[in-house]
Design a protein around this ligand. Structure first.
Ligand code: KG4
Ligand code: ZN
Length: 340
């Protein structure tokens, strides 16, 4: 029986249509995802026009499935809040989710809240770890973002550092595309890396010597691609597993070194990882080791909650609603909405 506060979460910011029903802050009654990966992979990346069309096809059947699983029979009575990703993301993709949420809100008379996708990623850790309380350091590493944020309180965020150019996941995707390994590159390279020697190729660990919390993955991507091109020119055969392992070591090392810096600078010893790259096995292992050695606490969402999903959007929306935040029918997508 549903007896608390039920939030319908809708996520369509990029290439995954996600719908979830959350009871209170933690109980996931149902969560489903319609992934577009197989349609975009032939192009080596997300095709925005295709993404928005596929969201439009997927969203209502998915909504129906989720209602069935969560035993929602009278949405206007059973649902207390509709939370939808309003940005950042692809304009056409965001539009599908926001317009659907507004129509349902209007039709069923349910309050509406627009959620920032990055705040959503941060909340994946809240849903997954009931003991995680503020303040903590949130590390958001995805295909579009690499950010270290001090969460002083919910709604009170301080950006400690971000990437100067490519996001960590973007570097994975671009190297994978060059090597013709497939899309998205992160999970593929991660798997190959586990069978390789991370010390075989000496790739640069970007900005690891600077005193600031900042990242740069574009140079590492270029160095990796140049290494392949040079080897091809002289007819050398590169072992892809070793190359993936060395690339992953450089990305992971760069992230870990700046996470350590953030802990030192703030004195906050709780680190929560989120975003697609948080599913990376090397990063999870190295960060956990470092945390154990230094007596920090590390929070990792289950791998399925690292990549885009609607549970995290429902959770962020619920929390913001409790803080008195709401949206109305003037809500519109904001493709580059900052929260810090
Ligand atoms: O959070 P997400 O689903 O979407 C964005 O908001 O960007 O993240 C997708 C990104 C992609 O770049 C993908 O290659 C990367 O996360 N990713 C990974 C892994 N799984 C997904 N990167 C490294 N290792 C993984 N295991
Ligand atoms: Zn995301």
């Amino acid at each position: 029986m549903i007896d608390k506060f039920v939030t319908l979460g809708i996520e369509t910011s990029c290439d995954d249509t996600g719908i979830a029903i959350l009871n209170g802050q933690y109980d996931i009654l149902s969560s489903k995802l319609s992934s577009q990966i197989s349609s975009h992979s032939q192009y080596g990346g997300v095709v925005p026009e295709l993404a928005s069309r596929m969201h439009q096809e997927a969203i209502l059947p998915l909504l129906k499935d989720v209602f069935t699983e969560a035993s929602i029979t009278k949405p206007s009575k059973d649902i207390n809040l509709i939370a939808v990703t309003a940005g950042p993301g692809l304009m056409g993709s965001l539009l599908v989710g926001v317009m659907t949420a507004k129509a349902l809100s209007q039709g069923w008379g349910i309050p509406l809240i627009g959620v920032n996708h990055l705040e959503g990623h941060l909340f994946a850790n809240i849903v997954a770890n009931r003991d995680l309380v503020t303040p903590f350091i949130s590390v958001i590493v995805s295909g579009g973002h690499t950010e270290i944020v001090l969460v002083k309180n919910f709604g009170n965020y301080e950006l400690l550092g971000s990437t100067r150019d490519d996001a960590a996941g973007e570097a994975y995707d671009k190297v994978s595309k060059f090597l013709q390994l497939g899309y998205p590159g992160g999970p593929i390279i991660d798997k190959l890396a586990q069978a390789g020697n991370p010390d075989l190729f000496d790739l640069p660990m970007p900005l690891s010597k600077t005193p600031d919390i900042e990242f740069s993955f574009s140079g590492l991507k270029t160095a990796t691609i140049t290494l392949i091109q040079k080897a091809e020119k002289v007819g050398d055969k590169i072992n892809i597993n070793d190359l993936c392992a060395s690339f992953q070591k450089a990305v992971t090392g760069s992230l870990i070194c700046k996470i350590s810096l953030a802990v030192k600078k703030t004195g906050v010893k709780k680190v929560a990882l989120s975003g697609g790259v948080a599913a990376n096995s090397g990063l999870r292992i190295e960060l956990s080791k470092l945390a154990e050695a230094n007596n920090w606490q590390v929070y990792l969402p289950p791998k399925g909650m690292c990549t885009d999903n609607a549970e995290m959007i429902a959770a962020a929306g619920y929390n913001a609603h409790k803080r008195g935040i709401s949206s109305d029918l003037s809500l519109s997508p904001s493709p580059s909405w900052p929260i810090w």
